[in-house]
Design a protein around this ligand. Structure first.
Ligand code: ADP
Ligand code: ZN
Ligand code: ZN
Length: 723
């Protein structure tokens, strides 16, 4: 009898392909195979190895297998199969996303040769002269006992110049090879002892012996959640098991990786978007081969081919960067929970501002809620004060009391942090004679003014033009920036505090590689300075010298149409506030607002997250919003709004199930972006299963119908942005 297999390809098609399995081949689910496809050959992944062959069709045979073992182990394959259905994304694309780029392209699953450094046997112990760093590097390389990659040398704090210096002196040499598993380092630090509150939280976390469990670790900012993760892994992770620690953005918080490295040494592997192809392949293979690594990674690390996964941690679980914003729109956090259930291991979701979804899951008993409401060491939560700015003159967005507070903070030898929610100099340029505001020619938005680059830029489509000093419409010279951006606040502070370093932290100032590290080093010296920055500053940083946080304008989320806006605003404000007073000196937070009497702002100033979160959750109940109902968006974009709306009307016509609620179609809040007209349909259901089945049918029929070639559509399940 002929054997057949069902195979997925890396293509955006919602179907699998049947192939005959030749007698001499043994294949397994998850394995990579070469197959004839049209006139070419393609790399495929086996989904079902022993399928029932379709009748009356002569199948082409699989040409060969790429390796004898499945590239995707069982749990990874099951995770992605589940995710493809849940997020309505073509299975082939999901599966191939879990492979490193080299393997997607059909290349061999072999470790690449890398440059490895080691000390030449017989080299003298001590350098002559006073090359202190070179001497330290030489000592370090000797201690390693195995050759090290350039990256490992860099991770230990040395640079290429120092390496080359040693090479020129004939003390070290480079060879090509593959870095192997490392013997444990001897000089790893001991973990600090947990405080009483931390121990209590730690002891309430279920251990891995119980199999799958999910815990929500609600620990206020500075309570030492990272310390708890370290202790947990130290106590519970078997020496031969793997672990996954998901973080929102590795590049922003190199401190976290450094902390893990200090205790677990080379057992730590990192996974994020700036790895190159051979680093990806290398790390992927180490995991696939079962090396007992602890992976610290961004969302896509959840798809890595772990085979002995013992623990998962999701740090800052509320962070929106866990959700992929395009293509396969999965949530790394939610996949992590599913993955833990497949691997029968514990997952810990940690945050000072847990998502309403996770709080809800804790309420209904799906997650165990573990509370840690004390800061570590002697640190206390900062006091939060609202500063009404309705009738106050502002300079660079800052009121006089805020500037005075910054002055006092610096005079006390401390550091200040100023949070501005826009990058650039100002969000818009306006003519004070004719009222003209410069808009993006391709989007329904205004161009931001970037003074450093003398440019006006669209933050949505990257359009830019040279900045003008007069109104392009009436030529008036009364053409001025309006509103606050980080550059403007930076300028005002640099003028006001000429002797103090003002450090701007936003996407523009951190583009260069290593710039975040340099900033963290500078702040880490503890010398007085002012940090000015966006969202980026709200992310998990631990700067013990910061005692004052100023929020330039807090009101963004109060009146937004997006149902998630208040939650996100609350999280950002409390996270950024949480950067104050983490060291020995106590901290304060000044929040500038035009709505200091708004009950939301009043409660916020008490600094407590849970009461406000509970209140927001109540509002979601009454509106029947997520997490009380499942939500999906059908998004469309076309060359005209009529085209988008017509498409969505036809989609809506198929959503006839009375148990669904469908809103729209409506134009998106930013209706035109990059010359495409965008609209959306909101679909809500109290049954997740039913929503999923209906959407699957909808996708199938939308795929089958011929659409206008310029029309693009996509489905977003559990959307984060709904406007
Ligand atoms: P979180 O992630 O909860 O905001 P961190 O884990 O960054 O908090 O801890 C805040 C600070 O407190 C860090 O500098 C950390 O080293 C320190 N810390 C936490 N727990 C302890 C402890 N038990 N002993 C000493 N220092 C601690
Ligand atoms: Zn004008
Ligand atoms: Zn634009």
């Amino acid at each position: 009898m002929t054997r057949s297999a069902r195979i997925a390809l890396a293509r955006p098609i919602r179907r699998l392909f049947d192939y005959q399995v030749p007698d001499h081949l043994d294949i397994l689910p998850g394995q990579r195979v070469r197959i004839p496809f049209g006139r070419q050959t393609a790399t495929g992944l086996v989904v079902t190895a022993d399928a029932i062959p379709p009748e009356n069709i002569a199948l082409k045979p699989i040409s060969s297998t790429l390796e004898s073992w499945p590239a995707l182990p069982d749990e990874t394959l099951r995770l992605l199969t589940w995710a493809a259905t849940y997020y309505q994304h073509p299975l082939g694309e999901c599966l191939f996303m879990a492979l490193p780029p080299a393997l997607r392209r059909g290349q061999a699953a072999e470790r690449r040769q890398q440059v490895l450094w080691q000390v030449i046997p017989g080299a003298p112990q001590n350098l002559s002269g006073n090359a202190r760093r070179q001497q330290e590097l030489l000592d370090w390389l000797r201690q390693q006992s195995v050759p090290c990659t350039t990256r490992e040398v860099a991770a230990a704090g040395f640079n290429r110049t120092q390496l080359k210096g040693l090479r020129e002196k004939g003390l070290v040499h480079e060879t090509a090879g593959t870095p192997g598993p490392r013997p444990p380092e001897e000089s790893l630090q001991d973990l600090p002892e947990l405080s009483a509150a931390q121990s209590a939280a730690f002891n309430s976390l279920p251990g891995p012996a119980a199999g799958f469990s999910a815990a929500l670790l609600y620990g206020i900012t500075g309570s030492g959640k990272t310390e708890i993760y370290l202790h947990y892994l130290n106590r519970h992770l078997a020496p031969d098991s793997q672990a996954l620690v998901l973080v929102p953005e590795i590049n922003l918080t190199p401190q976290t990786v450094a902390r893990f490295r200090r205790y677990f040494g080379s057992r730590i592997a990192v996974w994020h978007s700036s790895l190159n192809d051979s680093e990806r392949l290398d790390t992927w293979l180490r995991i696939r081969e079962g090396e007992p690594v602890i992976v610290i990674g961004t969302r896509s690390a959840v798809m890595l081919p772990f085979i002995t996964l013992g623990t998962i941690v999701v740090d800052e679980e509320h962070d929106s960067s866990y959700k992929q914003g395009e293509g396969f729109r999965y949530s790394g956090r939610d996949l992590a929970v599913y993955r833990a259930s497949l691997n029968r291991c514990p997952v810990i979701l940690g945050s000072a501002t847990p998502s309403l979804e996770s709080l809800h899951n804790a309420r209904i008993g799906k997650y165990r809620l573990v509370r840690l409401e004390e800061r570590a060491g002697h640190a206390r939560l900062p006091e939060i004060r609202l500063l009404d700015i309705r009738s106050r003159p502002l300079e660079g967005g800052l009121s006089a009391p805020a500037i005075q507070a910054i002055r006092e903070c610096l005079e006390g030898g401390n550091q200040a942090l100023v949070f501005v929610n826009r990058r650039g100099y100002a969000p818009v340029m306006m003519c004070f004679d004719c009222g003209h505001m410069v808009e993006c020619p391709h989007c329904d938005t205004r161009l931001a003014y970037h003074r450093r680059d003398r440019a006006m830029r669209c933050h949505h489509c990257n359009f830019q033009m040279a900045a003008k000093d007069h109104c392009p419409k009436c030529q008036s010279e009364a053409f001025k920036p309006v509103g606050q951006g980080t550059e403007r606040t930076e300028d005002v502070l640099a003028t006001g505090f000429p002797d103090i370093p003002v450090i701007r932290v936003d996407r523009d100032s951190t583009q260069r590689k290593g710039s975040i590290q340099a900033i963290i080093r500078e702040v880490g010296t503890g010398a007085p300075c002012i940090l000015v920055g966006t969202q980026m500053l709200a992310k998990g940083h631990d700067f013990p010298g910061v005692t004052l946080v100023v929020v330039v304008n807090a009101d963004g989320g109060l009146f937004s149409v997006d149902f998630r806006a208040p939650e996100q605003m609350l999280q950002t404000l409390l996270q950024v506030s949480g950067r104050a007073g983490r060291g020995t000196a106590s901290g304060r937070v000044l929040i500038q607002t035009c709505h200091s009497d708004h009950p939301f702002m009043q409660t916020l100033s008490e600094g407590k997250y849970l009461p406000l979160a509970e209140q927001l959750l109540e509002e979601r109940t009454s509106g029947n919003f997520p997490p009380f109902r499942a939500m999906a968006l059908v998004r469309a974009e076309a060359l005209t709004m009529a085209g988008s709306l017509a498409f969505l009307d036809s989609a809506k016509a198929q959503l006839t199930d009375p148990a669904l609620e469908v809103w729209g179609p409506l134009p998106s809040v930013m209706a035109r972006r990059a010359d495409r007209h965008r609209a959306q349909l909101v679909v809500l259901s109290s049954s997740r299963k039913q929503l999923s089945q209906t959407l699957a049918r909808l996708c199938q029929s939308l795929d089958e119908k011929r659409q206008t070639p310029t029309l693009r559509w996509q489905i977003d399940v559990d959307p984060l942005e709904t406007s």
